[in-house]
Ligand binder design. Structure first.
Ligand code: TXA
Ligand code: MG
Length: 313
């Protein structure tokens, strides 16, 4: 059910879970300092207990409630990118709930930029907010996606369609060299420019698994199978199949063909909605045109990552 911002604040203060809009995807928000409330999130999502949550703040003053860590890098990044789609992993304070960090000694922090999220968190206090989907499903970018996963009894604040549509960049600051554990809107280059140092993008599965447990599980997956398009498929449009192009080469006269004409921001914003629309239409397969390997657009690594994961690669 749709609730107002003031209703959401009251519910969160009472220890309830409310879906709230952020600029990336909708999040399932609960009071980050109430262990019962945090546990409700895991039950509701069917989320494995060893997958840690991001704490969402409304102001950098709140950082010190969750970590004693401070550094020039942290200052530069929060000044440059917060509020916005960057999550920072820092050593946690002892007082941070174990359910949030899944027993790790680090905690994930971010300030979202959606005005409703900021307004809510300013008054409710910090919230943990995983993406508001059932575990394994694509992240929601519209309220209807949340109702599809949880039914309409779950309180949802309607903030419209999320502007970015792809989850935040997760950056690990606990080692000497900052490492991107999950690519997002801000790329290794964007972050490296601010820090004047090289930022690594974690590609090794081993690193990935040990550092960010969430990346181990199936993710972002609709019912339809996700496949990369091959050349021989590009010109034939079967029914019950969705074709997603971005090169501008598609014959978009057909209903089940979309083309983003090299606009990768638009593809990012629409991707999970296309996944869910295909499911609603009972399509069996979604073919996606392979992304340019040497493209310069900052969202390309994130799109490559999400599409590969949803294809089960
Ligand atoms: O854009 C976003 O980040 C969205 C919106 C709602 O803010 N939230 C989101 O949360 O994507 P979630 O729970 O779906 O993904 C959190 C990711 C997971 O991959 C998790 O493993 C990782 O962050 N993470 C959280 N705490 C971590 C930690 N202490 N160390 C390493 N990875 C961590
Ligand atoms: Mg998620």
């Amino acid at each position: 059910m749709i609730v107002s911002v003031p209703e959401a604040i009251t519910l969160i203060k009472h220890g309830d879970v409310v879906a709230i809009p952020t600029e990336t995807v909708y999040g399932l928000a609960a009071n980050a300092e109430n262990s019962m409330a945090v546990r409700k999130i895991f039950t509701l999502k069917g989320r494995p207990a060893d997958n840690p949550l991001i704490v969402h703040l409304s102001s950098p003053d709140q950082i010190s409630r969750f970590t004693d860590f401070d550094s020039a890098d942290l200052q530069r990044l929060t000044n440059a990118f917060w509020p916005g789609p960057l999550t920072l992993i820092v050593p946690k304070k002892k007082t941070v709930l174990d359910s949030i960090t899944a027993g790790l000694d680090s905690v994930a922090l971010r300030i979202p930029s959606h005005p409703y999220a900021l307004k809510i968190i300013r008054q409710s206090g910090p919230v943990t907010a995983p993406s508001a989907n059932r575990s394994g499903r694509p992240s929601p970018t519209k309220p209807e996606h949340i109702f599809a996963d949880f039914g309409d009894t779950l309180p949802v604040v309607d903030g419209g369609e999320c502007a970015i549509g792809i989850e935040s960049t997760v950056l690990d600051l606990t080692s000497e060299q900052p490492v991107i554990l999950r690519p997002g809107k801000y790329s290794a280059e964007d972050i490296g420019d601010i820090l004047s140092k090289k930022v690594a993008l974690s590609t090794s599965d081993f690193d990935h698994l040990s550092k960010s447990p969430g990346t181990r599980y199936t993710h972002y997956k609709p019912d339809a199978e996700i496949k990369w398009m091959s050349d021989d498929l590009m010109n034939k449009a079967e029914d019950e199949v969705l074709y997603v192009f971005h090169s501008g080469k598609a014959d978009i006269q057909k209903l089940n063909v979309v083309d983003f004409n090299q606009d990768f921001d638009a593809l990012g914003k629409a991707l999970y909605d296309l996944y869910r629309t295909a499911d609603a239409k009972k399509y069996t397969t979604i073919y996606i045109e392979p992304l340019p390997k040497l493209g310069k657009h900052p969202l390309l690594p994130a799109l490559q990552n999400r599409i590969e994961r949803s294809a089960g690669q």
